[in-house]
Design a binder for this molecule. Sequence first.
Ligand code: ATP
Length: 115
Amino acid sequence: MKRFLKSFFYAFKGLAYAFKTQLNFKIHCFSGVLAIALGLYLNLSITEWLWIILAIAFVLIMELINTAIEVLVDLVSPQQHTKAGAIKDISAAAVLISALLALSIGLLIFVPKLI
Ligand SMILES: Nc1ncnc2c1ncn2[C@@H]1O[C@H](COP(=O)(O)OP(=O)(O)OP(=O)(O)O)[C@@H](O)[C@H]1O
């Protein structure tokens, strides 16, 4: 049980690290909170909530993986290296795609309800 609780503690430590060090993670958390508030205001259906929650979680998961990759690259390649740069760029591109997907889902669900 102690080990189980410890693993939660480490996971929250990871979340806190990403929140403190990554501006984009903060922006995505804030956007997620806004989407949830708008969803409550617009009384979304269960299916719509599922899409919104999946979109928010997907972006945050991609942000966390991107942060871990950045930390790993900085650890193994503190000097400038073309491949180190490419790894960070590819990882950032994955976050961008996830954010575009979440934006599309948000627009598809919210826009028809707002116009
Ligand atoms: N070791 C490196 N070698 C070569 N290019 C790098 C290296 N580190 C970073 N870069 C380049 O600089 C860009 C920005 O890197 P940086 O580490 O600042 O990431 P970031 O996405 O701005 O994250 P953060 O500012 O939150 O640390 C990378 O996407 C990459 O193109």
